[in-house]
Structures are given as C-alpha cells and as structure tokens.
Design a protein around this ligand. Sequence first.
Ligand SMILES: *Cc1c(COP(=O)(O)O)cnc(C)c1O
Length: 217
Amino acid sequence: MGLIDIKARIAKAEKLAGRAPGSAQLIAVSKVQPNARVEAVLEAGHRLFGENKVQEAAGKWPAFQERFPDAEVHLIGPLQSNKARQAMQLFSAIHSVDRPKLATTLARLAQELGQCPDLFVQVNTGEEEQKAGILPAEADAFIKEVRDLDLPLKGLMCIPPVDETPSLHFALLGKIAARNGLEGLSMGMSSDFEEAIALGATHVRVGSAIFGERDYS
Ligand SMILES: *Cc1c(COP(=O)(O)O)cnc(C)c1O
C-alpha cells in the first residue's frame, strides 16, 4: 500500500537532509476517504491522521478511536470560532490558527477545559486572496499575540500556491519560524513532501499518495 512506500521515501529524505530518523512526522490525511481505506492504514499500525473539517472528523474518529485508542487526529483545515470547543476535544493539534479572534477563543476555552491541543499558526505565504492564513508581514506580531495568550504554540503551517515552486514557500516559512524560535514546521503534501523535509518540515501532510485519489462525487 501507499503507506509503506511513503514511509520509505520520508526516511530517505530525512537521511539525505542529514536529519534524525522520525524527525519528520507523517500525518496521513484521511479526509473524504472511505472508512475501509482509513481502517487499512490503522491496521497497518499508523496512528497519526489529519482531517480538514470538524464535522467530518467528529463523524468518524470517535468510533475509530474506540478500536485504536492511541490514534491521534490533527485539524489541518480552517476553524470557525463556534466550532473551537468541539475541535479542542477532538484533535491533538490544530494547524490552522490564523486570526486574533480564533486565538482569543482558544485561550478562553483552554482556561475552561484545562487543556489545549498543540497549535500551529497558518501563514499565507503566497498572499493568496482565497486562502486562509496570516500574511507573512503580520506573522511576527500574530505569533507574539498567540504566545502572550499562553497558548501552546508549536510551529507554523503553510499551503503553497498550486502554480508556484513549493520550495520557496517552505523556505520562507522556515525563516519566519527560525526568527521566532519556533521548531514545528507543518509543510509538504503528496507532491512535495520530500522537498519540505529537505527544508526542515517536522510534519508532512500526505493524503492521496497514501490512500489513493479522493472521490468528491
Ligand atoms: C487535503 C490536504 C492535504 C493532503 O493533500 P494530498 O495532496 O492528498 O496529499 C494536505 N494539507 C491540507 C491542508 C489539506 O487540506
């Protein structure tokens, strides 16, 4: 299956970059995939998954987690403030913190719940109108805001524009993280995760290369 091949390619990319084995974690992006495919990857022993919608994750992961209690899910898609509470209970990390209102909501809920998932600030490195994320020029100030709220900020995330060289975006994200003392870098998908690992990715988000194409019909 795709999982074994992708794991081998990750190990090779880590080695080529002179990085420790396992320093780039694989998030298997299971959104839209049929349950049987997700189950096969769980049966193969993989435990870290990514979903981009709160509702969809809530509909399938509690049942999987009854059978595989150590399975973890990260939210990699946009989060509305009114779904923040549910998201904080479902996910062990949220990669899409992208605006002050969401950060203050997460901080309030963290106080109330006494826990908070690991957080990543999403940066809109391509400055695309339609894409979520804080603009690069506003990233340092926003990172400080998130930290001042005492939130567990682990790193940054980006989704490069489809028609541009992803490496430039990975390098920019790495630069913003480094100057802010952040170690986590959530970057790289099916088509470019090896380049992302070469540029320091700590979390690669790979969907179709593991599970097969998504069927949205
Ligand atoms: C769907 C998705 C992925 C996985 O994309 P593939 O091309 O299938 O690997 C990665 N990151 C985000 C944010 C996604 O929404």
